[in-house]
Write a new protein. Structure first.
Length: 177
């Protein structure tokens, strides 16, 4: 091959490598959000990490007579009593609690002066994602889920609605008033 023929080929390769490098660069100015991705029943969900104070292994949950069926009971945590929400029931995914497994966790969710534990089947990951990755939830989303979802991310190949903590506490206040 002549030197002239090799020159355009080298330029094409160099241009392609530059293009790939630009595509791999992240937009450092784009705002990101931390999300805790978890599973309830067989549904992937996410919640902003700034509202999750801690992840607690499930111990004994003490039933409190007369409370809403949305709550499994209370747990002691760091010298305080915390309620435990059965999110699957609130979302209409289940009417009765499954037997607990070692993967079950309680997410201690807080917003200003309100807090509650949220029972989840498993925590899949804690991710940092660009805010632009949170898309509007589809119109086909279950109506009960749509009340709580502020958007949706793609976790692997599975859509995961992002729960709005404000909407969660608002709905709990309305249902338990």
């Amino acid at each position: 091959m002549s030197e002239q023929a090799e020159q355009p080929y080298a330029e094409i390769i160099q241009h392609a490598e530059q293009q790939r490098a630009q595509e791999q660069q992240l937009d450092v100015d784009e705002e990101t959000v931390q999300l805790v991705v978890f599973k309830v029943e067989d549904k992937m969900l996410a919640i902003p990490g700034c509202h999750v104070r801690e992840l607690v292994p499930v111990g004994e949950i003490v039933y409190v007579p007369g409370t809403s069926e949305l709550f499994l009971g209370v747990i002691p945590i760091r010298g305080e009593i915390a309620s435990v929400l059965y999110l699957a029931r609130l979302l209409g995914l289940s009417t009765h609690a499954r037997p607990r497994t070692p993967s079950h966790r309680i997410l201690m969710v807080v917003k200003e002066e309100m807090s509650t534990g949220v029972l989840v089947d498993a925590v899949a990951d804690i991710i940092q994602t660009p805010k632009s990755a949170i898309q509007p939830h589809p119109s086909t989303l279950d109506p009960q889920m749509a009340l709580l979802a502020e958007g949706q991310i793609l976790f692997g190949t599975e859509p995961a609605p992002v729960i709005s903590v404000t909407a969660l506490f608002r709905q709990l206040q309305e249902l338990c008033a």
